[in-house]
Design a protein around this ligand. Structure first.
Ligand code: SF4
Ligand code: SF4
Ligand code: SF4
Length: 251
């Protein structure tokens, strides 16, 4: 789906052209997705993920495998799958929305951390947390727009998706990608034009969640238009999200 009217979709090939145009379209620029922003951040490698909602069957294999991989305590999650209803009767649709840390190019959570416990890695653009330095102040939980950090009650430190560094460093896929039976999750280097993820982004209309926050998210979606209630409401669209997290945890 390519919603030209609202400008919520763009392909990677046209990114530089879009950025140039954005300065001329005023408010429209605020809702444009921002691919890896390598030229802005100077990041040679930027790992990212593309989630194709046309292939997601809502099976939760990704969130379960992630919990098992990291022994995530009960009541917390690094990866979740929400249910999104949108539209007005009779034109109503329902889709699944897998979510995780967006490993942003301009991570707000890093900016607010008083101890330097969370940072963006130069080598691959992944935002990580050192639990030995983290003091559990929760500033980062409130600063970022993607609701995907939590305080791990067993360590007392902030916790979140790290794109499965321990697996990727050994040449394996992240656990959620490996477990996805729908083949909906594609992982790789956004700054390598020959990677599968770059090719998919170049040839499909994609969106990011909450582009108006300006954090440069590096998790892309196919067919997720207006799946986030904040972006939907800002554009006058109705959307209802069911989540297995407590509703008060949503930002
Ligand atoms: S909870 Fe930890 S990582 Fe988050 S801002 Fe505080 S010290 Fe930094
Ligand atoms: S990349 Fe790893 S840590 Fe991140 S959601 Fe997937 S399984 Fe969890
Ligand atoms: S494992 Fe794949 S198909 Fe299943 S819910 Fe997660 S993203 Fe969707």
């Amino acid at each position: 789906m390519n919603d030209v009217e609202t400008g919520t979709t763009v392909n990677r090939r046209d990114f530089l052209k879009e950025i140039t145009a954005a300065t001329a379209v005023g408010a429209g620029a605020a809702i444009m997705p921002k691919p890896s922003q390598a030229a802005i951040t100077g990041q040679k490698t930027q790992l990212g993920m593309l989630i194709d909602l046309r292939r997601c069957i809502g099976c939760h294999a990704c969130s379960v495998s992630c919990k098992a991989e990291f022994d995530v305590p009960l009541g917390a999650t690094r990866a979740l799958v929400e249910y999104v209803e949108k539209g007005d009767y009779p034109n109503v649709t329902r889709n699944f929305l897998p979510r995780l840390c967006n490993q942003c190019s301009q991570p707000a959570c890093v900016d607010v951390c008083p101890t330097g416990a969370t940072w963006k890695r130069k080598e691959d653009g992944v935002v990580v947390v050192d639990p030995d330095i983290c003091i559990g102040c929760k500033y980062c939980l409130h600063a970022w727009p993607y609701d995907a950090r939590f305080i791990n009650l067993e360590t007392g430190a902030a916790d979140k998706c790290d794109f499965c560094q321990h697996r990727v460093s050994k040449g394996l896929e992240p656990s959620c990608v490996n477990a996805c039976i729908g083949g909906a999750r594609i992982f790789g280097d956004l700054n390598d034009p020959t990677s599968e993820i770059s090719k998919k982004i170049a040839t499909n209309p994609v969106t990011v969640l909450r582009p108006e926050q300006g954090t440069g998210p590096n998790v892309y979606y196919i067919a997720a238009d207006y799946s986030d209630e904040h972006t939907a409401e800002a554009n006058g669209r109705y959307v209802r999200v069911d989540t297995h997290r407590r509703h008060q945890e949503r930002g």
